[in-house]
Design a protein around this ligand. Structure first.
Ligand SMILES: [Fe+2]
Length: 333
């Protein structure tokens, strides 16, 4: 079991208010008509409407996911590449609603836990490896006979498989927590039952090692595979922590048989996915699916810190293909 060391990520709670239902209903109606025409072109239009709606939500300081009307927008969000936690349902909900996973990754939810909030997930026997990545506070996890309390900061708790798990915010401020589930097959489940494990730890900046950029990027990067394939019971492959220097980048690349997400915990940068470049900052969450080119550039002046969650297809060897672009000359698209 790993130790717990806090690293002090703050200010990750999103604001929320009343939904502008009139606007939501009007736009949702347009979207339903649009997606009803079929795939290709309609999704392009739908993406545009989604952008408009997201802008409306931001400007109106509204909450999206508590509205039944907003469920109609799930179809539109399938192609989303990024989201900010301030836009998400604080009471638990999919980070990328409507996402079709291509790996055994089955749940990617977000909670903004109020002080002393307790969330229980999954029952005994569920064929799923679950984990939490929390930010901006301290939590206590209870899972069967296991009970662990973190220090304040950001970190993770993974496992145990097949046990009901309760996560409690033990601080007097809001703690952001991502809930991840990765499904297991029968053989993996039997193995997990023989040797139950729980990994608890922190995203500790002091544990990172600086080196030259990776995947053809620029500048310097400090990285650590906080958890590797052997630390998981499922095909959950990596939980990484990284800091990009000012002017540093993770070069443009893609993976076969691997899905991943970046969660930005500090700083600001430019993320490129599928040749679309957009701004990211503290609280941004990105999604890069199998075969999607992706990379992240930090124009500076501050360091850019992020966490990577990666899940591979079961029984497949994932690959990484560099595309020889450090992204430093890309502008917003
Ligand atoms: Fe990647």
């Amino acid at each position: 079991m790993l130790g717990i060391v806090g690293s002090g990520v703050k200010g990750l709670s999103g604001e929320s208010g009343d939904c502008s239902l009139g606007v939501l209903k009007m736009l949702a109606g347009i979207v339903v008509l649009t997606v009803g025409f079929g795939a290709g072109p309609s999704l392009v239009v739908a993406d545009h409407l989604w952008s408009i709606l997201k802008g409306t939500i931001r400007s109106g300081n509204t909450r999206l996911c508590t509205s039944g009307t907003a469920l109609l927008l799930i179809k539109v969000s399938e192609n989303m590449k990024h989201v900010h936690i301030a836009e998400l349902n604080r009471n638990g909900g999919a980070v990328f609603g409507g996402r079709h996973f291509e790996t055994p990754w089955s749940v990617f939810d977000y909670w903004a836990l109020e002080p002393r909030d307790v969330r229980k997930v999954l029952g005994d026997g569920a064929m799923c490896e679950q984990g939490f990545v929390y930010m901006g506070g301290a939590v206590e996890v209870t899972a069967g006979p296991f009970r662990e309390r973190s220090e304040s900061g950001s970190g993770f708790i993974i496992g145990p498989v097949g046990r009901e798990c309760a996560l409690e915010n033990i601080t007097d401020r809001v703690v952001g927590a991502f809930h991840v589930c990765v499904e297991l097959d029968e053989a993996q489940m039997q193995e997990a039952g023989r040797d139950p494990i729980v990994n608890v730890g922190a995203f500790d900046r002091a544990a990172l090692k600086w080196r030259d950029a990776i995947h053809g990027g620029s500048g310097q990067i400090a990285t650590r595979h906080v958890l590797k394939p052997e630390d998981f019971r499922s095909s959950w492959t990596f939980l990484d922590h990284a800091i990009l220097s000012a002017g540093g980048s993770v070069g443009y690349h893609y993976h076969d048989a691997l899905e991943e997400s970046f969660v930005v915990t500090a700083g600001e940068g430019l993320m490129t996915i599928d040749n679309e470049t957009f701004e990211v900052g503290q609280g941004s969450v990105t999604w890069q699916g199998i075969g999607q080119g992706h990379g992240i550039y930090n124009p500076g002046p501050e360091e850019l810190e992020f966490v990577r969650i990666a899940v591979a297809q079961r029984d497949e060897q994932y690959t990484t293909i560099d595309l020889h672009d450090d992204l430093s000359s890309r502008g917003l698209t």
